[in-house]
Design a protein around this ligand. Sequence first.
Ligand code: ATP
Ligand code: MG
Length: 390
Amino acid sequence: MVYSPTQQEGHVAVFGGSGLGKTSALLIPTLRSWNGTSFTIDISGDICKNVNMQRKMIYEPANLNSVPYNIFGTIDRMEDEDDQNEALEEIAFLLMPDDERMSDTSKFFQVEGRKILTAALIAFYHIGMDFIPICEKIVRSGWKDLFQAIDETGYNKATQYINSFEGASEQNTAGCKQSCDIVLKLFATNEKVKKTIRRPSVGEIDFLPVRIENHNVFVVVEDSKLKIYAPLLHIITAQSLEYFSQRSNEKKHTILFCLDEFASLGKMEITDALRKLRKKRIRIMMLTQSMADIDLIYGRDERMAMMNNYRFKVVLGASDTDTQEYFAKLIGYQDTKKYSKSKSASQTTQIESEAKEWAVEPAELDRLKKELVLLHPDGYMKLKKNFYYK
Ligand SMILES: Nc1ncnc2c1ncn2[C@@H]1O[C@H](COP(=O)(O)OP(=O)(O)OP(=O)(O)O)[C@@H](O)[C@H]1O
Ligand SMILES: [Mg+2]
């Protein structure tokens, strides 16, 4: 048995195609023996059910009886108004991120639409509205009515975001407002999401990142609904990472932050988080099918930087040659001795030569079967998978 004790440092990355055991041979056994607190995105729904932990908190956006996610909870606890506005602008960024792959026209509507969203979030937050009612108000109003409502709050720090629309073409402004409506659709129209994202009622407990300090939080989303809920998962993950970055270095217990099906979560500031959170007693465990999935979202350069920050890397299987070569190179070469004989009429000479060979052949990583390869700071190990249900 090989394990890394809870209170030690080091993030973990797990790679393997579907069905090879990422969830059942690594994540579930890890959670079962974890003795800090944790946060887990549970897409299959079989993680939470199969780990018996104390102080569980389950957030399930598709379940009307779920604990609510308090998206404004952290902001409500801030004392400084500018900090609050910054955090609100951050939410607008998460919903409408910059995307290099967009055409110039789409980029324009995205950036300008984000200004409208930021203005509305800031203006209406400060008159006490919650996130979902704000989304509904934006989506239900035409841009003129919306701008007027923002103006009427009299909150200058909000109106400054939309001042630049004065004198702009009405058609363009309508287009910007529309790109805003598209990203808010989930929050303004999905009845379940609308009921499970809110501030808590009196006496009710809510989920917000600070709860991970003393709960084992599971965010449960059905696989088939993953696409619909992706923007929500993205916000929850990003808000949690932001909370962790502010976590005091004095905190004594370690938090495990599990991102199963990592590539489905969209682009996150993960590389930065990996670097900064190590010292804050946060351990990130990322599980994904292949490098190619990560490259699609982050690009090759960022993937390389990201990978350097995982102290432990586990390969259950790698089917594409890129991933195979990457890991084979990390595992390294071994020196072998080769012997050859040369014969002449009078004598036979034996020649010894050094040769370099893969310690594990790249293609072998696609047929590990019952085994896995663990890369750690001192080398590598081949281990037998340990399924929780066996
Ligand atoms: N409770 C169980 N009883 C029996 N077999 C199981 C159980 N849970 C999972 N398995 C099997 O174990 C294997 C590994 O499943 P697991 O869900 O861990 O894969 P995974 O790597 O997480 O895949 P995915 O990327 O699809 O999530 C699969 O063949 C699955 O059918
Ligand atoms: Mg899985």
